[in-house]
Write a protein that binds this ligand. Structure first.
Ligand SMILES: N[C@@H](CCC(=O)N[C@@H](CS)C(=O)NCC(=O)O)C(=O)O
Length: 229
């Protein structure tokens, strides 16, 4: 399958893991470039003004480049008619889109506040972790509050989106499973272990996707092991 896709990515990031797993699972030919230290360069920002990864350069896109992990998966799945990964049936698609929007809008901001301070990732302006004047105790209290709040959002995924299968109610993982399972990888740095259903679910997604998942997850898992060590 030729798509002429060039991916700018950061290996330890689960936002990036999502697109890297998707491209492999979809069998879309592409090249990858590590964007470490490059995202704020004039060359990068001329193409990707949001200075975010994952970002793809792709000839067919009206601007030649785009970012946002879910939007990239949706665009490429639409372009290549990848119905199993992104069902065209409006009812199943409603589940996939709902999960991805809930993840990026609600779960991921909580998950980022719970894990980024420990991973050594930059935190967002306005958050306690980014305040020079906040004490260590206040920063940890804010981090722990976000970790606690993840529980409710995870429970929403269990009861509404995942149930006993995959997001989108099909026989194989969709882009929403790739996005959600990848995000769960960061919870390995949290205080509380993931609930058993979430570990089983992540294993189910990984088993279904094989090396497309495991090969990329190795970068994230290796980074977390390094930080913990
Ligand atoms: N919502 C975005 C988040 C992307 C994001 O936060 N990317 C970070 C790495 S995890 C980044 O590239 N930061 C570099 C920068 O801001 O210069 C997505 O899902 O793609």
């Amino acid at each position: 399958m030729s798509a002429n896709v060039h991916l700018h990515m950061l290996p330890p990031s689960v936002n990036n893991m999502t697109v890297r797993v998707f491209l492999r699972a979809a069998g879309i030919e592409h090249t990858e470039e590590n964007a470490w230290g490059k995202t704020r360069s004039p060359e990068f920002m001329a193409k990707i003004p949001a200075h975010l990864t994952p970002a793809i350069e792709v000839d067919s896109h009206p601007r030649g480049a785009m970012w946002e992990s879910c939007a990239i998966c949706m665009y490429l799945a639409n372009l290549h008619g990848l119905d199993a990964l992104y069902p065209s049936d409006p009812h199943r698609r409603a589940l996939v889109d709902g999960a991805n929007f809930y993840l990026t809008g609600t779960l991921y901001p909580l998950l980022a506040r719970a894990t980024y301070p420990r991973l050594g990732f930059p935190t967002y302006p306005g958050e306690v972790a980014s305040w020079e004047t906040a004490s260590k105790e206040d920063k940890e209290a804010a981090r722990a509050a976000s970790e606690n709040a993840c529980e409710e959002a995870l429970e929403v995924f269990r009861t509404y989106f995942v149930r006993d299968g995959f997001i989108g109610d099909g026989a194989s993982p969709t882009i929403a499973d790739i996005r959600f399972a990848s995000s769960l990888e960061f919870m390995a740095i949290a205080d509380k272990p993931l609930p058993q259903w979430a570990l089983d679910y992540r294993d189910r997604v990984e088993k279904a996707l094989g090396d497309a998942y495991t090969g990329v997850a190795a970068d994230v898992r290796g980074f977390i092991a390094h930080v913990k060590g």
